[in-house]
Design a protein around this ligand. Structure first.
Ligand code: T4K
Length: 382
């Protein structure tokens, strides 16, 4: 793993991928070179899936080439084929795009302010006979109100799919958060706590649904002469599996380093009245995926964003603009901002500060110093 060095004076990105020592990856690459199986359910992928299942303590966990396709095909495996899927507008675009590619229409419900996840009351009000599923997102790896959402879904006979893209290693009540819902989809993109360059995994509560999914992931092919479904190609390669196998032994250390940086941010920002540091709920073991703060004063979030960017601190406004404001979705009746006040406020106020395991303490201090300077001037000032 990369060590932590002194201040870089380079642009400070919101995240940097963790890389395993090359020496630990090379023997796995040699296996691929020796056996010349590079994809289609090869031996390293099978080993990676088994190791990952054990590490996370969940079964029925197929690995896929990215979380976006995992979301699309999880919905299809759960029977979504048209109709409407209720979801949050406060997310990375992939969660809503996945509903479109699953053949359904997204219907936006509002979020609630504590977790920034779907508000069960807003979801309940939006359920109609056309509703086929609920797709909720654990934003920033903070668990949304899973008990309430699942109880609501059960009453209406709807499946719940969690976009758990940010949630590698997150636990709720002592169990992997991936164990919740009918399906949970985690991303292994390079920007995530654990990654395989591109990648992801889907956890299913029902092994029969998982079997349907396994066919969909491989073009709908069950065997050479049997192609029972219209599938896609969402298979992960042996190279992705090799990287996953090499990085997994370092995952706990990466999360521990993130936790230390998270604590230090909170200490350094404790006296900054205009900044609220979000935190995961008490039932949760967190993975410290990123460091989201809320700056509620009108116009101050954007002012801070631009000033920090000018100073080389590449903060992000995850998630601005709201998905419901994008041209592709803004004409949907559920996209009316007046129906989404909590999500609209979050999109105006949230800012994500850099956080990754080898962020140097000197760089972290610089980020906080630049944030203090940015917040000291009024919004309109340059
Ligand atoms: N659902 C949710 C809630 C998600 O957040 C995501 C993905 C998905 C679903 C879909 O998962 P995948 O299909 O991707 O598995 C990035 C990621 O590309 C995206 O995967 C992620 N969410 C999202 C939150 O972040 P961008 O457009 O912000 O990426 P980008 O290229 O601006 O990268 C952010 C920073 O990371 C860069 O400023 C520098 C650093 N970086 C990035 C890459 C790719 C590196 O240092 N090295 C790298 O290789 O979307």
């Amino acid at each position: 793993m990369q060590g932590i060095s002194g201040s870089s004076h380079q642009p400070l990105f919101v995240t940097r991928p963790s890389m395993p020592p090359l020496a630990e990856l090379l023997p796995l690459l040699e296996e691929i070179w020796d056996n010349r199986i590079v994809s289609n359910g090869g031996p390293l992928l099978r080993r990676f899936e088994a190791t990952l299942s054990q590490y996370l303590g969940v079964d029925n966990l197929p690995v896929v080439t990215n979380a976006s396709l995992g979301l699309v095909l999880a919905m299809r495996a759960l029977g979504v084929d048209g109709g409407e899927v209720l979801t949050t507008p406060f997310s990375f675009v992939a969660s809503t795009h996945a509903i479109h590619w699953a053949g359904a229409t997204p219907v936006f419900a509002d979020i609630e302010p504590a977790t920034l996840g779907l508000d069960p009351e807003s979801v309940a009000a939006a359920i109609t006979p056309r509703t086929r599923a609920i797709l909720a997102v654990h934003s920033y790896g903070h668990a949304c109100l899973v008990d309430e959402l699942e109880a609501l879904a059960r009453r209406h006979g709807l499946p719940v799919i969690y976009d758990a893209a940010h949630c590698f290693g997150v636990e709720l009540d002592g169990q992997s958060i991936l164990s919740r819902g009918d399906a949970s989809v985690v991303s292994f993109h390079g920007t995530k706590v654990f990654h395989t360059c591109e990648g992801g995994a889907v956890r299913f509560s029902d092994r029969h649904v998982r079997q349907t999914f396994d066919v969909l992931v491989n073009h709908g092919i069950a065997d050479e002469a049997t192609i029972p479904a219209i599938g896609l190609n969402a298979k992960a390669s042996e190279l992705q599996a090799a990287l996953g196998l090499a990085l997994l032994p370092h995952a706990a250390e990466c999360i521990a380093r993130r936790a230390a940086l998270d604590t230090r941010y909170r200490e350094m920002l404790a006296d900054v009245q205009s900044v609220h540091c979000l935190a995961a709920g008490p039932r949760q073991k967190h993975n410290y995926y990123n460091f989201p703060i809320r700056i509620a004063a009108e116009g101050m979030r954007d002012a801070a964003f631009h000033r920090l960017r000018a100073a080389g601190v590449m903060v992000r406004r995850y998630f601005h603009p709201l998905i419901s404001q994008l041209d592709s979705y803004r004409n949907l009746p559920s996209a009316d901002p007046e129906r989404l006040p909590v999500a609209s406020a979050a999109a105006r106020q949230m800012l994500v500060l850099p956080l990754y395991p080898d962020l140097a303490p000197a760089d972290q201090s610089r980020i906080v110093e630049e944030l203090r300077i940015a917040l000291a001037s009024p919004p309109g000032a340059v």
